[in-house]
Design a protein around this ligand. Structure first.
Ligand SMILES: Nc1nc2c(c(=O)[nH]1)N[C@H]1C(S)=C(S)[C@@H](COP(=O)(O)O)O[C@H]1N2
Ligand SMILES: [Mo]
Length: 539
């Protein structure tokens, strides 16, 4: 047999390619099956998403820091791409194994399905049904790869082509010494593989479309009518932003507001099915529906939210006029008991974020927020509801997609990031940034406009100083003060800049009089420290 078919090395290569293709086709079918079942169980239970979410939770902190540093807000597409590549590699392996022993090929999919089941069930808010998409994916992948391999095995040595041309009807009907005339032709294998990819692809696209439709909350979100605030923020004083092209706007537009979270699929919460539970060490646990929440007195608060993962001079912060219900007022209504020193917010997707309770109740303005900059919270920023507590990084204060507030203690509970070694307090460090000139900018000699931003949320900024090439510090012009809970912009004229390369450095003094430290620390575990510097070429 085979004496008149394709020459052996070439035939072997064809078999390898065919084996890889059936593995990949089975994987497409598996993912499609998973997506279809996930229409019922929720987008976050689709196998790739579940595995990705588990990977995020398991990623060691240094690697996570590296990912944020390297990919910034693109870390999620990079992760999903990596998972998809790994899956493709495993699928090829499954195909290669399957043409030798169908059981081995199927086993790869069973194992991968098992991994998906484990990942789905490892989610903090998982129910048993969440395992179904991965089960379906594993089963479909196993059956399909075994089926395609069974088709391929007789076909690969069967009626083949002379000189490597594809098998055609003539070859099929030819007089090759075919051991099994009923064996499927290569064309059958090709059609089965192609059909599998097509159906699987349709299932992926169809599943996602159905899921997007089923879990869509944009209509519900657009239907929200925000009541007028009963306590408005004072208008921003004139002159909060120096007139310096390249300096960020004082209030950050919602579309430009940074986004940092662990959610691979955004939680989509229908406000009609949402309620906020306040419980734990309280006298009167509360359960508040969205409509009820909007009937509480609403307050506006201007506040700069920042992320602990910012490197020196980093971009992950923004200033917003938040609208929401006073968090301290809600806690007083619930009646905080003695022994409580931590307030843990829990999100719909199981994130937990802990804030020092004493700070929440020390008189500062803190909100259970429903809107930012006059717009109902965007889904990416926590719709329908999130917390905001001035003075703390997002990871210890700003729970998005909030569903639960647990009045507890630091001794009793470590929230998500604290479990991963981050500082449990997360108080915002004093920081300052040179925004203008941009790094490595070329400017003309003489007077050079310098401008930037400084923040020490809730302590405020009392002074900012700049120095050139390690020379004496010079105080810069602070723009108007909009309060301690927001950043402060500044400007400066660097006079007599001479041609050459120069380093500008900045440092701020917070409202308590303490000067920003120059000693360098990484974001982990309590926020980066050190002075931001920028190198400018004067010509
Ligand atoms: N549910 C949830 N809330 C979350 C997070 C998260 O991963 N999940 N990340 C926190 C972090 S680290 C920050 S810095 C802020 C960022 O909020 P933003 O994305 O609206 O800018 O959200 C906080 N709240
Ligand atoms: Mo963050």
């Amino acid at each position: 047999m085979g004496s008149v078919s394709t020459p052996k090395p070439r035939r072997n290569r064809l078999v390898l390619i065919a084996a890889a293709a059936i593995g990949l086709a089975a994987a497409v079918a598996a993912v499609g099956a998973g997506e279809l079942v996930a229409v019922l169980t929720g987008p976050d239970t689709a196998p790739v998403i579940a595995v990705g979410s588990a990977a995020i939770d398991l990623t060691p902190t240094p690697l996570k820091e590296f990912a944020v540093r390297t990919f910034g807000t693109d870390d999620k597409p990079v992760l999903l791409g990596g998972i998809q590549l790994t899956m493709a590699g495993l699928a090829v392996l499954a195909g290669l194994l399957a043409v030798r022993r169908r059981l081995f090929g199927a086993a790869v999919f069973v194992l991968f399905g098992g991994l998906g089941v484990w990942a789905a069930l490892s989610r903090p808010v998982a129910g048993p049904a969440d395992a179904l998409p991965a089960l379906a994916a594993g089963a479909v992948g196993a059956v399909v790869v075994a089926w395609l391999a069974a088709l391929l095995r007789p076909a690969r040595f069967g009626p083949a082509t002379a000189g490597g041309r594809p098998a055609g009807p003539r070859a099929d009907q030819g007089t090759d010494p075919d051991p099994d005339p009923a064996a499927p032709s290569r064309r059958t294998v090709l059609a089965a593989t192609g059909g599998t990819v097509l159906l699987g692809g349709l299932a992926v696209v169809g599943g996602r479309t159905l899921s997007d439709r089923r879990y869509d909350v944009s209509t519900a979100r657009e239907a929200v009518r925000l009541p007028a605030p009963s306590r408005s923020a004072p208008p921003l004083p004139p002159g909060v932003r120096p007139d310096a092209p390249g300096l960020p706007s004082f209030v950050t537009p919602n579309q430009e507001f940074y986004r940092v979270d662990t959610a691979l699929t955004l939680p989509r919460i229908d406000p009609r099915r949402w309620a906020l539970r306040i419980h734990g060490l309280v006298d009167r646990p509360l359960l508040i529906s969205y409509d009820e929440l909007l009937r509480y007195p609403l307050e506006e608060l201007d506040h700069t939210l920042s992320c602990v993962s910012n490197e020196i001079g980093g971009p992950y912060l923004g200033t917003t006029r938040w609208l929401g219900v006073s968090l301290p007022a809600l806690l007083r209504r619930a009646g905080v008991r003695s022994g409580a020193d931590q307030l843990v917010g829990r999100s719909e997707d199981g994130m937990t974020i802990g804030t020092p309770l004493e700070s929440v109740l020390d008189g500062r303005r803190a909100l259970v927020a429903v809107a930012m900059n006059g717009e109902v919270l965007p889904v990416a920023h926590g719709f329908p509801c999130r917390t905001v507590v001035p003075g703390f990084y997002g990871y210890t204060s700003a729970t998005k997609w909030l569903v639960d507030l647990d009045v507890t203690s630091f001794a009793a509970y470590d929230p998500y990031w604290v479990e991963r070694g981050w500082d449990r307090t997360g108080e915002v460090r004093t920081a300052s940034r040179i925004d203008v000139p941009a790094p490595f900018a070329r400017v003309a000699a003489g007077d050079v406009a310098v401008a930037g931003t400084a923040w020490a949320t809730h302590r405020g900024i009392a002074a900012v100083e700049l120095r050139v090439d390690g020379g004496p510090w010079a105080e810069v012009r602070l723009a108007a003060d909009a309060g301690p809970d927001v950043w402060r912009q500044w400007s400066h004229t660097w006079t007599g800049a001479r041609p050459g390369t120069h380093r500008l450095e900045v440092r701020a003094t917070d409202g308590t009089g303490s000067v920003q430290t120059g000693s360098r620390a990484t974001p982990f575990p309590a926020g980066a420290t050190g002075w931001h510097s920028t190198v400018v070429t004067v010509s």
